[in-house]
Design a protein around this ligand. Structure first.
Ligand code: GLN
Length: 280
């Protein structure tokens, strides 16, 4: 069977299971199977596929048809300007979260040697993207999940920023090390009882630890704001990702902890997603 036919059969299986980008997903999974990039696939539609590759491809299609995210099947996800290693232990980096990176780069053009803390560092996508862009910045990442820290370590080595990075396994409440010029965080902020209504790929396959924000969705955000207020330097910047309906509540929480709101931003779907504040 040639690549073209295998992809169109695979894509049809995905479409029948209501996977939205079935053709694209099938092409990516084919590229993974034969260890080439997607351009190769597009230019070599008629190349013959051996039995072993066809079996492997069909296995991936089967898993995708059950909702397993492509990022988990190929163990990587592109974010900002790099590819990140991911597993089912980390939240898959989202384009919306690039807002945090954009803000940091915009607001630190004149800065030198600043210390950044990322609370709930996960795959490392936010902090490591910043360190990769700014060669004289230093990063500290904390996470409650040791598995995530192992993954962010691997990503830091791949991106060659590991010498400027420290990682600690810690609960946000219990972390008391250092003072930071800038704090970033994408904490879990989905209401516990709403997780089951997220897209199937997310609800069934991504770590609850990275999504579940408790009964009102704000349990972790509250802790992150409180801790940031202790760990941030005066006039330090705090950039936080939030849920689509949390802007006003989070602004109140920030004000109570002595943060001035500089700006809020919407994501690609026009939902409030990011708050930039300064400790006064
Ligand atoms: N934005 C993610 C989602 O909707 C949630 C991320 C988070 O809780 N920090 O799936």
């Amino acid at each position: 069977m040639d690549i073209n036919l295998a992809i169109s059969q695979g894509s049809k299986i995905l479409r029948n299971k209501y996977i939205p980008n079935s053709q694209l997903d099938a092409e990516i999974l084919m590229a993974q199977t034969i260890n080439k990039d997607r351009n190769y696939i597009l230019l070599n539609f008629n190349t013959f596929l051996n039995k072993k590759d066809l079996d492997n491809f069909n296995k991936l299609i089967e898993e995708r048809s059950l909702g397993k995210p492509v990022a988990h099947l190929i163990n990587r996800k592109f974010f900002w300007s790099s590819e990140f290693f991911v597993t089912n232990n980390t939240l898959i980096p989202r384009p919306d979260t690039e807002l945090i990176v954009e803000n940091v780069l915009r607001l630190t053009k004149q800065k030198n040697k600043i210390n950044i803390l990322d609370i709930g560092v996960g795959s490392g996508c936010i902090l490591l993207s910043i360190l990769k862009e700014r060669h004289n910045f230093y990063g500290t990442g904390i996470d409650i999940s040791k598995k995530c820290l192992n993954i962010s370590k691997i990503n830091a080595i791949n991106l060659k920023v590991n010498t400027r990075l420290k990682l600690y396994k810690s609960d946000v409440d219990k972390f008391n090390l250092g003072k930071y010029d800038l704090i970033v965080s994408n904490p879990p902020y989905i209401k516990s009882n709403k997780i089951k209504y997220l897209e199937r790929d997310v609800a069934n396959f991504e770590p609850k630890l990275a999504l579940d924000g408790g009964l009102d969705g704000l349990s972790e955000i509250r802790k992150v704001i409180k801790k940031s207020s202790e760990l941030i330097k005066k006039n330090g910047m705090f950039i936080l990702e939030i849920g689509f309906d949390q802007k006003n509540k989070v602004i109140n929480l920030l004000n109570k902890e002595g943060f001035y709101i500089n700006s809020t931003q919407k994501d690609l779907a026009k939902n409030d997603r990011c708050i930039v504040s300064t400790k006064i």
